[in-house]
Write a new protein. Sequence first.
Length: 64
Amino acid sequence: MKNENANLTRSSGNVFKDLGLENAEELQAKSLLAQIIRDIIKQRNLTQAKAAELLGTHQTQIAD
């Protein structure tokens, strides 16, 4: 069944901006960077502990 009363809004391409957040560009950049780091960790089959060691941080930060 179709919902004929649905209101759709085209995205700006930045979900943080669409939500009206003040620091939308910064949040978008951080999100992209986190995604790239996650993809590299996955491609290299790194554990969280090894990734943390390579990045000079703690395993808990990688998990977050």
